[in-house]
Design a protein around this ligand. Structure first.
Ligand code: SF4
Length: 192
C-alpha cells in the first residue's frame, strides 16, 4: 500500500529533526517543521521561526501568531484546517532575515512539504516567502492582496501574497492592509 500523506510528512519531519545542514542549527532551540493537516487545502508560509516558535517548536506561537489567529477568524478560516510553515525551520540569530544559502539548504524540506500536501492555495506572509515561491523579487506594496498562478516543487497552486503579521503588530497602514487582504482571502477561500 502506498504511504499516506501523513506518513510521508512524518518521515520528512523525522529527517528534519536534528538537521545541521546550515549554520542556523547552531543557536536554535527547536526545528520548527510546521503544523496542520497533511491534506490541508490552504498553506500559510512565512519567513522563519521567532523566539517563541524556537522555544515551543510551533510556528506562529507568539504575538504575531495571536494576530494571525484573529485575521484567520475574521476571514472565516480555521487555523487548524490550514498547514502553517516557514521558508527556514531554524531561528536566525536576533530574528535577522535568513541568508540565501540558508534558504537554499532548507529548500528541499519546503519542496517536500509542498509536494506531499499539494495545497490548492498558498498564502505567503511577507516578502521572503513570496519571493521563494515566485522565484523573483516581490514588492509587497504593489503585490499584496493579489492572487497569482504559481508552480513550486512541481505543484501548481494559487498564491495569495500578503504581509507578515509581525510587521503589523504595532498598528499603522500595514495592519489595515493585512486586514483588508484577509477579508479578500476569506472570500477566495470560499471557492476552493
Ligand atoms: S534552517 Fe533548515 S537547513 Fe538550516 S539547519 Fe535548520 S532545518 Fe536545517
Amino acid at each position: 500500500m502506498p504511504a499516506s500523506k501523513e506518513e510521508k510528512l512524518r518521515w520528512l519531519e523525522a529527517e528534519a529533526e536534528d538537521c545541521k545542514l546550515c549554520r542556523l542549527n547552531e543557536g536554535r532551540g527547536n526545528v520548527v517543521f510546521g503544523v496542520g493537516p497533511a491534506n490541508a487545502k490552504i498553506m500559510l508560509l512565512a519567513e522563519a521561526p521567532g523566539r517563541m516558535e524556537d522555544k515551543t517548536g510551533v510556528p506562529f506561537a507568539g504575538a504575531a501568531g495571536k494576530f494571525l489567529n484573529k485575521l484567520l477568524l475574521e476571514a472565516g478560516l480555521k487555523r487548524e484546517e490550514t498547514y502553517i510553515t516557514n521558508v527556514v525551520m531554524s531561528r536566525p540569530p536576533n530574528n535577522r532575515k535568513p541568508l540565501p544559502d540558508e534558504i537554499g539548504f532548507c529548500r528541499p524540506f519546503l519542496k517536500g512539504k509542498i509536494s506531499i500536501i499539494k495545497p490548492e492555495l498558498v498564502v505567503s506572509l511577507g516578502a521572503t516567502a513570496s519571493e521563494e515561491l515566485l522565484g523573483r523579487r516581490v514588492v509587497l506594496g504593489s503585490e499584496h492582496g493579489t492572487l497569482q498562478d504559481c508552480e513550486y516543487a512541481g505543484v501548481k497552486f494559487k498564491l495569495f501574497v500578503s504581509y507578515h503579521p509581525a510587521a503589523a503588530l504595532y498598528g499603522g497602514q500595514t495592519r489595515l492592509k493585512l486586514q483588508e487582504d484577509f477579508k479578500k482571502l476569506g472570500k477566495l477561500a470560499e471557492k476552493i
